[in-house]
Write a protein that binds this ligand. Structure first.
Ligand code: ADP
Ligand code: NA
Length: 329
């Protein structure tokens, strides 16, 4: 009822972790709770854009849905759906591909860096057209607000260009535009760092996953990188590793990082790690308990997806009808 429709989502490429939690999941739940209509895309087809031997995707999809529900995404208010269950999403690709040029696709930063990374090896057509897939993901539901990090801005710009060109080419004088021009909801949050001091990532082995148990969390945090100075301070530029643990403790307990650092004082890295472990485990305990119940009930997860897929299909079919009508098909 706010007039906003948000599109968010993830590729089912691994378990969600604290980087996702603080970097995007909390924000999604906040938007949902503020009454913003939220579409949550499990981008299963996107997995094959840059990985060919990923193995069974279905299990990863259910695990992702369990993560979503466990952190408070409410399937009655938010639409959780998979790309592969919404054929109209792919059907929108054809008209969208017709309004972009190969040159602008090659200029897209993600495509460009992939071309550089592949060098002389071939790059798939799916990778080249990746920005158009994202445009379809956003425009199929007429999302007008898309939470993104800075690196995603060019994709959003491509979606705006597709929307504009489609209306320029097919709109008739006096008709309302078929598509909104989606706006970015730019995330200000800094990256959450992992136990090695690098950006917490699905693939780097440095992540505290939402579904991990408390002992594993303690073990990982015990191995976290710190430095030789026993006096704990919060100084993200000068002492990134120590400050990351301070920050993690602060975020997990809803406190100010300077207060956390002051309290630990001369306790050193060991005390800091204990504080971080306690705060993270306490914050995640209810999430983990819910998650454990959810993964034990596959039937429920499948039912959530079925309902979300049905809603998403209805939305996508309605958009495709409008697109065909505009194209006089
Ligand atoms: P993919 O493999 O599909 O690129 P990622 O797991 O790398 O997915 O990230 C998806 C999104 O989750 C990012 O765009 C960002 O918003 C958020 N995210 C991931 N890792 C972090 C992190 N360490 N700190 C903050 N946000 C993160
Ligand atoms: Na990534």
């Amino acid at each position: 009822p706010t007039g906003f429709r948000v599109l968010t989502g993830d590729r089912p490429t691994g378990n969600l972790h604290l980087g996702h939690y603080f970097g995007s999941l909390l924000n999604r739940v906040r938007l949902q709770d503020a009454g913003v209509e939220t579409m949550v895309l499990v981008a299963d087809y996107q997995v094959i854009t840059d990985r060919d031997g990923v193995g069974p995707i279905r299990e990863r999809v259910l695990s992702l849905v369990a993560d979503y529900l466990a952190v408070g995404i409410d399937p009655d208010r938010s639409t959780i759906f998979t790309h592969s269950a919404v054929p109209a999403l792919n059907q929108l690709m054809l008209p969208f591909l017709s309004v972009v040029t190969d040159a602008e696709l090659r200029r897209n930063p993600t495509v460009k860096s992939e071309m550089e990374a592949t060098g002389d090896r071939p790059m798939s057509g799916l990778m080249l057209t990746y920005p158009v897939h994202q445009a379809a993901d956003i425009l199929f539901c007429k999302a007008n607000l898309v939470p993104v990090g800075k690196d995603q801005l060019p994709h959003l710009e491509q979606a705006r260009v597709v929307a504009r060109r489609f209306d320029e080419r097919y709109g008739r004088a006096g008709d309302a535009p078929v598509f909104p021009r989606p706006e970015a909801l730019l995330s200000e949050a800094a990256s959450v760092l992992g136990t090695d001091g690098q950006k917490m990532s699905k693939s780097r082995g440095n992540a505290i996953e939402l579904g991990m148990d408390a002992d594993t969390t303690a073990r990982l945090l015990k191995r976290a990188v710190t430095d030789a100075d026993r006096h704990i301070t919060y100084d993200p530029v000068g002492r990134p590793e120590v400050s990351n643990l301070v920050q993690l403790t602060a975020m997990a307990s809803g406190r100010d990082p300077h207060d956390v650092a002051r309290e630990i004082g001369d306790g050193g890295g060991a005390a800091l790690k204990r504080a971080a472990t306690e705060a993270v485990n306490e914050m995640l305990a209810p999430v983990r308990a819910r998650r454990a119940e959810l993964v034990a009930d596959e039937g429920h997860l499948l039912a959530v997806l079925r309902a979300g897929n049905e809603r998403a299909r209805a939305v996508a079919d309605a958009t495709l009808d409008e697109v065909r009508a505009a194209m006089q098909m």
